[in-house]
Design a protein around this ligand. Structure first.
Ligand code: GAR
Length: 217
């Protein structure tokens, strides 16, 4: 973008920024957010988390953001406003103010409608603790553990994909990694192994994206 084509009011510094701007959406613990923050702080990822947004006020990830001096916002769902499109449009307005290149769903446990996604086409990434096409939705790790004990699967995995539409945990895959399940695993042990893999994969996918694409904002 040349300076002459900058929107009115957008500081020149935005045009000169080469570090990718990430907005991370969370609903809970935020261990994957932490992996991103750590990678950004050591420059192993040429990116900056410019905002963390949660739909839950008590999400621990908000604390992680504040500790890293990143704006931490809550956009709570209104129990009496069942229209998800209204919420998603407000959420998109909030996200847009941070001029993100990429929006990362790192434990964001709400399905986003086109009211949100159409504002950021091909720029919303989702992390899911299962392989493509398996265990969409919540409790994917527990369901994989159960499936293993029923003899239905021998391994599970994690993936990062683009979110093209309202489909749950599906879309063009940017990265995936299998995770073994061991016979003596407790659900907690499997969860720990999956989270460690997620932390690595998510940062690796982001690194590849920011190295191979120009700013999207
Ligand atoms: C992660 O395991 C992520 O893959 C999962 O939520 C967890 C969040 O952990 N997301 C989904 O299940 C999406 N369907 P974190 O808050 O510690 O990053």
């Amino acid at each position: 973008m040349t300076n002459s084509s900058l929107p009115v009011g957008l500081p020149d510094s935005h045009a000169r920024e080469t570090v990718a701007r990430l907005v991370v959406l969370i609903s809970g613990n935020g261990s994957n957010l932490q992996a991103i923050l750590d990678a950004c702080s050591t420059a192993s990822l040429q990116a900056q988390v410019v905002a963390v947004i949660s739909n839950k006020p008590d999400a621990f990830g908000l604390e992680r953001a504040r500790k890293s001096n990143v704006p931490a916002l809550v956009v709570p769902a209104q129990p009496k406003a069942p229209d998800r499109r209204v919420y998603d449009s407000q959420l998109a307005d909030t996200v847009a103010t941070f001029l993100p290149d990429w929006i990362v769903l790192a434990g964001w446990m709400r399905i986003l409608t086109s009211s949100f996604l159409d504002r950021f086409p091909n720029r919303v990434l989702n992390l899911h603790p299962a392989l493509p096409g398996t265990f969409p939705g919540t409790h994917a790790i527990e369901r994989a553990w159960d499936a293993y004990h029923r003899g239905e699967i021998h391994q599970t995995g994690v993936m990062v994909h683009i979110v093209p539409d309202e489909g749950v945990d599906c879309g063009p895959v940017l990265g995936q990694e299998t995770v073994p399940i061991h016979a003596g695993d407790s659900p907690e042990q499997l969860e720990t192994r999956i989270h460690a893999t997620e932390h690595r994969l998510l940062v690796a996918v982001l690194r590849e994206l920011v190295q191979t694409t120009s700013p999207q904002r």
